[in-house]
Structure formats: structure tokens, C-alpha cells
Design a protein around this ligand. Structure first.
Ligand SMILES: C[S@@+](CC[C@H](N)C(=O)[O-])C[C@H]1O[C@@H](n2cnc3c(N)ncnc32)[C@H](O)[C@@H]1O
Length: 217
């Protein structure tokens, strides 16, 4: 297990928080459906934070996580497995897949699930998908053993697969979320850099940078 990141001064933390803001992918949510292992939740939160995904939702029917975000941030197991990323990421839990979809649909989110298998009507290879088509996007990851549920497939719009070339059936949750979210955030950051949102909507004459300089502490 890696140690938590060393503590930094308040000014350094504030500078970093300001510097990363423009690179965060707005209206992008990663959903983990019924994960069994808290270590995997921590790994996904770490990926989400590192890649600039705005939020993480966890469908948690076993009630392994506290309801309150502050309590969640204080959870030692999550802080350790996410190397403190949980302190900096918005994490919300839901009791069921349907509760999570109800909330996402009420807020006009388009959902895609991920699986190594063919699921539902529309199946897309990760590298062939366009993840900028919908302003609000939720990307679902399934349980370590069972994979994504039939209910999630039924209520989502497409199923995304990372091509597999080996003898094994699937990648693990941490690895697959890293690969999928890398592609999705790369596309959305590129789009965000070229187009303005809201009332001043339209193409920017000078695209914003899509990569942060590495000298920001
Ligand atoms: C260990 S896998 C689950 C394996 C399970 N036997 C199944 O049928 O999906 C955990 C999750 O990682 C993601 N995943 C794993 N391999 C993937 C792949 N090749 N393409 C897309 N997602 C994948 C999916 O979200 C999956 O539900």
C-alpha cells in the first residue's frame, strides 16, 4: 500500500487547486456500480482525481460508505487507497442502480456502461466512441465479479469496450476505469479547449491548453 501524499502548505494546495480547475472535465461523472472491494473504490477515485473527472458516484447497496461527503473524506480506508484523492474529489453514494439512474436522468445525464462483453443494443469500441456528443455524461463501471448489471445496461444508452487481446476475459476495475476515463477525458478536454459553454457558446479563436505544465507544485 502506498503512503498518503505528504502534506503541503495551504498556499501550495490553493495554487494547485486553482491551476487544475480549467482542466477538470465539467459534467462528467464516473459511476461505480456495487463494488465489493473498498480498495477498488479508492483506485477509481484516484483515477478520477488524476484524470480530471468532475465527480464519482458509487452505487452502494451494502452501505459500505457513509452518506455524508465529509464523513467519506474522513474514512481512513478510502484516504489510504485513494492516496488522499477522496479529500479532493466529489463522491456521492446511492442505495441502488435505479436511484442513481433516477438522479442522473433528472439532471439530464446521458449514461454509458462499460463491459468487455456485448451488452444491450449499442456496442462501441473505446477508441471509436465520441464522448463529446453529450454535454452531460456518466460512465458506469461494473462489479468486480458480476460486471455491469442488466438493469444498468437497460437504462443506459451504449456499452463501451476496451479491446482485449489476451487469454483472460476482462481487465480489473482500477485498470479499466483508468483506460476508459483517460480516453473520455482526453476527448472532452480537447472539446472544452476549443468550444465555450453557456451564454458565450461557440468556437474559441485560440484554443485553451489541454495539458498542464508540470512545474505547478
Ligand atoms: C473485473 S471486470 C468484471 C468482469 C465480469 N466477469 C464481467 O462480466 O464484466 C469489472 C469491470 O471493469 C470494466 N471492464 C473490465 N474489462 C473491460 C473491458 N475490456 N472493456 C470495458 N470495460 C471493462 C467493466 O466495467 C467491468 O464491469
Amino acid at each position: 500500500m502506498e503512503p498518503e501524499e505528504p502534506s503541503k502548505s495551504k498556499t501550495t494546495v490553493r495554487q494547485r487547486a486553482d491551476a487544475i480547475k480549467p482542466f477538470i472535465c465539467k459534467n462528467l461523472i464516473a459511476v461505480i456500480e456495487s463494488p465489493s472491494d473498498v480498495q477498488n473504490i479508492g483506485t477509481v477515485i484516484r483515477n478520477v482525481n488524476a484524470l480530471g473527472v468532475e465527480k464519482v458516484y458509487v452505487v452502494d447497496p451494502r452501505k459500505a460508505l457513509p452518506d455524508d461527503w465529509e464523513d467519506m473524506r474522513g474514512r481512513k480506508s478510502l484516504a489510504r487507497t485513494s492516496v488522499s484523492a477522496v479529500k479532493w474529489s466529489f463522491v456521492k453514494r446511492f442505495d441502488s442502480t435505479d436511484d442513481c439512474f433516477d438522479h442522473l436522468e433528472k439532471n439530464n445525464f446521458h449514461s454509458v456502461v462499460t463491459s468487455p462483453h456485448i451488452k444491450g443494443q449499442t456496442n462501441v469500441w473505446l477508441h471509436e466512441g465520441d464522448f463529446t456528443e453529450h454535454t452531460k455524461l456518466a460512465v458506469w463501471f461494473g462489479n468486480e465479479k458480476r460486471g455491469i448489471s442488466d438493469r444498468a445496461v437497460e437504462r443506459s444508452n451504449a456499452c463501451i469496450a476496451i479491446p482485449m487481446f489476451g487469454m483472460i476475459e476482462s481487465l480489473n476495475l482500477g485498470t479499466s476505469s483508468g483506460i476508459v476515463l483517460y480516453e473520455v477525458t482526453k476527448q472532452r478536454r480537447d472539446y472544452q479547449s476549443r468550444y465555450r459553454k453557456g451564454r458565450r457558446k461557440g468556437k474559441r479563436s485560440d484554443p485553451l491548453p489541454t495539458v498542464m505544465t508540470r512545474d505547478v507544485v
